[in-house]
Design a protein. Structure first.
Length: 518
């Protein structure tokens, strides 16, 4: 929408109570009624992700005196509202958002219910930002500026979700199985890796699914893998406004009528993708979040298997139609397959009926992980024909093994340089809880590494006895012992070749590092 067309809109003045805070003089900008989604992109085509909505352009300086609301001894507040009749959800896109000190931006829905609090910890060096989506057709933004600090909050657009034929909370197919049903009991740790992505591309918003993925340096690098067709064509600035929702799920096996609160992170940079010319290859898109994932997200980095071998069943965890997290189960061994003209780039998967339903995939599930019986990622969803009305049909997941090093020779076309940065040659890697093991601690050094016979370990922290443990990539402890000196040696000549994790603890201090036995 042009700035000129905004003059056709009008402002409404309201007074209401938000939580315990009374907000007077809340101006609501009235946007045109939400558009109706077309029938385009209703299927999992493998070429376009699921449509979520679109941007309405505007230019609102929320930090200006125009929106001044109240002041007290702690600071000042600036309040602004927006509504688009019929929309299923609204979000804000900022060309500049800077918060200093204890200042914050708080979002509420039209009923005055709290949705999201944003502080300086949620921002990064980029001025661009996007908020979580607020359910319903009205949104209130309240900017609190702490006394003695200045802030900048310039809204450049409002994300408007479609009024009908839209897919978001509550719109997954009736056969889908919420992740906290009995089918998800053995996957409660791994589900924490899966995120809903609200992506921005060319003025449109889309839904996809992605997952945090581990790397052999075990250093908590916040990589998220999704499908190439989710990210292909996205600009650098648009990636900085992708919104990743963690733990967006029902608390039990029910389909809730009230939307769960979202824990979101905003902004990423592209690392690599499988797209070459007109081919999607094995269909992966690897990004790195602009911020490290905080422990409060309770996230998890998925392990992976690049052997191109699979036997038996597993699951996929995903956000169909942009809805809450669901789980689909397969019991038949995936079949070697291709996509379009490609050969042996994908796994063909058929879903099984389970006690709580018959999980399938839908638009919005694109980019979700295919997990084997060991809980390791072996594929990323491209598309397929399954659905609640077509439960017997197959879906196709781009092979992790193919994306590892077969899409091309450039680092930007392969997963290997990023997920095996220490060049370990590991065929499989276990998962890791976010923030628990800050591996590659600066206090621990290993030499040589890789090593074939004996490694020299330096850990100059604390004094007295230090205990060490060595784990393989499956998390199994294979050796342990004690040190007293700051530099000691460990014989590794009897261990199998591969990647290990060495953990040392002395008193309240610990250090961890990866070790490759060659």
């Amino acid at each position: 929408m042009s700035q000129r067309s905004l003059t056709l809109l009008f402002l409404m003045l309201y007074s209401l109570t938000v939580g315990s805070q009374s907000l007077s003089n809340v101006f609501y900008m009235q946007l045109p009624s939400a558009k109706v989604a077309t029938a385009v992109d209703r299927s999992k085509s493998g070429s376009m992700p699921e449509q979520a909505g679109y941007l309405e352009s505007c230019e609102i300086d929320l930090s200006s005196r125009s929106w001044f609301n109240a002041s007290d001894v702690d600071g000042e507040s600036f309040v602004w509202g927006v509504t688009a009749k019929g929309s299923r959800g609204l979000s804000l896109y900022f060309s500049e958002l800077r918060l200093e000190g204890g200042s914050s931006l708080n979002l509420y829905n039209g009923r005055g219910e709290f949705v999201q609090k944003i502080t300086s910890a949620d921002l990064n060096e980029s001025p661009l930002f996007a908020t979580a989506d607020v359910d319903g057709d009205s949104l209130i933004a309240s900017l609190f500026v702490e006394k003695g600090y200045s802030c900048k909050a310039i809204i450049k657009g409002v994300g408007v979700q479609f009024s009908s034929n839209s897919r978001d909370f509550g719109h997954a197919g009736s056969c889908e199985v919420p992740v906290n049903c009995a089918e998800g009991a053995n996957w409660q740790t791994l589900k924490k890796a899966v995120v809903r992505i609200r992506l921005l591309r060319g003025g449109m918003m889309y839904w996809c699914t992605g997952s945090l993925i581990n790397n052999t340096a075990l250093n908590n690098t916040p990589y998220i893998i999704t499908a190439d067709h989710c990210g292909n064509g996205t600009s650098k600035s648009e990636l900085l406004q992708w919104v990743f929702a963690f733990n967006y799920e029902s608390g039990d096996c029910s389909r809730p009528t009230v939307e769960p609160l979202k824990q979101t992170m905003t902004g990423a940079t592209k690392i690599a993708s499988s797209h070459v010319g007109a081919s999607i290859g094995s269909d992966f898109y690897l990004v790195k979040l602009k911020n490290s994932v905080p422990a409060s997200m309770n996230g998890y980095f998925l392990g992976w298997d690049r052997t191109n071998m699979v036997n038996g069943g597993g699951v996929s965890i995903h956000h169909p139609q942009g809805d809450i997290k669901m789980i689909s189960t397969y019991t038949q061994t995936p079949i070697n397959a291709g996509w379009d003209a490609s050969v042996n780039t994908h796994w063909q998967v058929y879903w099984a009926a389970t006690s709580s339903g018959h999980g399938v995939t839908e638009g919005g599930s694109s980019g979700s992980p295919l997990l084997n019986s060991d809980g390791r990622l072996i594929g990323v969803l491209t598309g397929g024909d399954s659905g609640c009305g077509y439960q017997e049909l197959a879906d196709y997941y781009g092979k992790f093994s193919y994306g590892w090093d077969q899409n091309g020779v450039a680092d930007t076309l392969r997963l290997k340089p990023w997920l095996d940065p220490i060049n370990s040659g590991a065929l499989t890697l276990g998962g890791m809880q976010v923030g628990v093991a800050q591996v590659k601690d600066q206090h621990v050094t290993l030499y040589p590494n890789p090593v074939s016979d004996e490694v020299v370990v330096s850990f100059p922290f604390g004094s007295g006895e230090a205990n060490w443990e060595l784990f393989n990539v499956t998390g199994q402890r294979v050796a342990y012992g004690s040190f007293y000196e700051a530099t000691s040696r460990i014989a590794v000549d009897k261990f199998a070749k591969g990647l290990y994790v060495l953990r040392i603890k002395r008193g309240a201090e610990f250090g961890t590092s990866s070790l490759v036995v060659k």
